[in-house]
Design a protein. Structure first.
Lengths: 185, 322
């Protein structure tokens, strides 16, 4: 017979205590956090987390993560990304925020790949140097842009930049959206 | 301990030297006199370096320096007059200050060097065995033969245990500049691996599986990830199992993204490895990987967490210590 939510909560609370007793604190914390996912009001899980020195997720944090995912699903994932990124940076220990960010990064990465021709597209700068100076580009965008020559493929730029492929493709797509580069097939 | 006065150290069968903070010998016990042919009465004031010759001198000076600098015992080995010794140099502290160093030498049992030689001889066949197992895993058809895959995964784990045991034996016998458990920890820490290369291997293995037809699998990882310590094969087997579980679904997912990134400040960094499946997913799907992976993740010292959204898909996250 399938385990009920109440049984699962009881089991994970107990497993967490056993792990905590064995000094496997992070695994214990994971158990109790899972309990809070199932029952955000579970006082025992909150007490155990606080005793272990881990604050339960900030009140409202879960709601913000859920709202950001909903925005990504129904609206623009690009708008949802900074919300999740901020949530994950503000609470690096919050695995819910980190996992949600990973889901969105995966979704956006696939889109960026498609927009860059599966990596085969060749970005080219569309604006002149004088006009470029008017943009207040962040350092990573300036760095990626400095390598755009109209010949080098997006895939090759990823390799040349030595950055996270997600960040490089994201910069290229944002530069394209801003009309600074075009990506030829 | 002063000069040639009789102390408890005088009754030890193992040679003992005591030095002062300036690196000069203060005392040697009778066992040292006998083995190293040095009269105890002429030792006080003699630089420690002059009590030993050649490579032994270098070993002793390095160990004394390290022991004084770090304030903890250092285990080392030396050879003197064709006899091998395992040695421990320990700082002497009094009222919070280092007032000297004591070196205890123990003649090695005859078999130690033989065991070390055997360890060296084992390294190459173990590497070859690992290579053979990797090759077998990459053979066409191996990926979809679940029985074979299980056997090979078991063999890789067994090989990893043999390697770990051999490294521990080596660490205990050589000390590797540490003592006891530290030596074992050192041997374990030395076996670090590149998680990025591991992720590419996982994808390579999954792509050879017929189950993966129709699924595009992306790897998104920075070019340089910090090396991880621990059981590389166990982590690889876990990731393969997670990917295969996704590929075996009906219908198979269209896109999977295996990603990695580092979070946290220097010294407290964590590596996040995620597997995102894009598309529709039920809320319960967030727990779908738990039965497959929770125990393995716990054995790796990792935390596992799942998230799911009805229209976006689901992601499973592993958080590992760097």
């Amino acid at each position: 017979m399938a385990e009920s939510v109440a049984e699962r909560i009881a089991r994970r609370l107990s497993e967490g205590l056993e792990l905590f007793g064995e000094d496997r604190v992070e695994q214990a914390v994971a158990c109790w956090r899972e309990v809070l996912e199932l029952d955000p009001d579970c006082r025992e899980a909150r007490d155990y987390l606080e005793s272990a020195g881990y604050a339960p997720a900030e009140p409202g944090a879960r709601e913000r993560v859920a709202q950001a995912l909903e925005l990504a699903a129904t609206g623009d994932p690009e708008e949802a990304f900074p919300l999740l990124q901020h949530a994950a940076e503000a609470a690096p220990e919050d695995l819910e925020a980190q996992a949600a960010l990973e889901l969105l990064r995966g979704l956006l990465y696939v889109r960026y790949r498609a927009r860059t021709g599966g990596g085969a597209g060749r970005p080219r700068v569309r604006v002149g140097p004088a006009q470029l100076l008017r943009y207040n580009l962040p350092p990573d965008a300036g760095f990626v842009l400095s390598m755009v020559d109209g010949h080098t493929r997006a895939d090759e730029l990823v390799t040349l930049c030595g950055m996270d492929p997600f960040d490089v493709l994201r910069v290229l797509c944002r530069l394209e959206a801003a009309g600074i580069v075009e990506i030829a097939a | 301990v002063i000069g040639a006065e009789r102390t408890l150290l005088s009754f030890l069968d193992a040679p003992v030297v005591v030095g002062d903070p300036d690196g000069q010998a203060v005392y040697v016990n009778p066992a040292f006199e006998l083995r190293f042919e040095r009269a105890a009465g002429r030792v006080p004031g003699v630089p420690l370096a002059e009590l030993f010759e050649g490579g032994a001198r270098e070993s002793v000076l390095r160990a004394v320096m390290t022991a004084c600098k770090q304030g903890e015992s250092v285990r080392f080995r030396l050879r003197e007059s064709a006899v091998g010794f395992s040695a421990v140099a320990s700082p002497i502290e009094a009222q919070g200050e280092q007032v000297g160093v004591v070196i205890l030498l123990k003649e090695e049992v005859e078999g130690v060097e033989r065991i070390l030689a055997l360890h060296r001889q084992m390294e190459q066949p173990l590497d070859e065995l690992g290579h053979v197992l990797e090759t077998l895993l990459e053979l066409p058809g191996a990926a979809k033969d679940a029985r074979l895959r299980t056997l090979l995964d078991d063999a890789q784990r067994a090989l990893a245990r043999v390697r770990k045991g051999a490294d521990e034996v080596h660490g205990v016998l050589t000390g590797a500049g540490r003592t006891g458990g530290d030596a074992r920890a050192g041997a374990s820490a030395a076996r670090r691996f590149d998680p990025g290369a591991l992720m590419h291997r996982v994808v390579g293995r999954a792509l050879r599986s017929r189950d993966g037809e129709g699924t595009t699998l992306h790897v998104v990882t920075p070019p340089a990830l910090p090396p991880l310590a621990g059981d590389e094969h166990r982590l690889e087997a876990l990731l393969v199992r997670l990917v295969e579980a996704r590929l075996a679904q009906e219908p198979a997912p269209q896109r999977l993204v295996l990603g990695a990134r580092v979070v946290g400040a220097a010294g407290e960094q964590r590596l996040l490895i995620s597997l995102a499946e894009l598309g529709r997913a039920s809320y319960e799907a967030r727990f779908a990987d738990a039965p497959v992976a929770r125990e393995e993740a716990a054995a790796l010292g990792a935390e596992l967490h799942g998230v799911a959204h009805p229209r976006l898909g689901r992601a499973t996250l592993l958080r590992l210590r760097v």
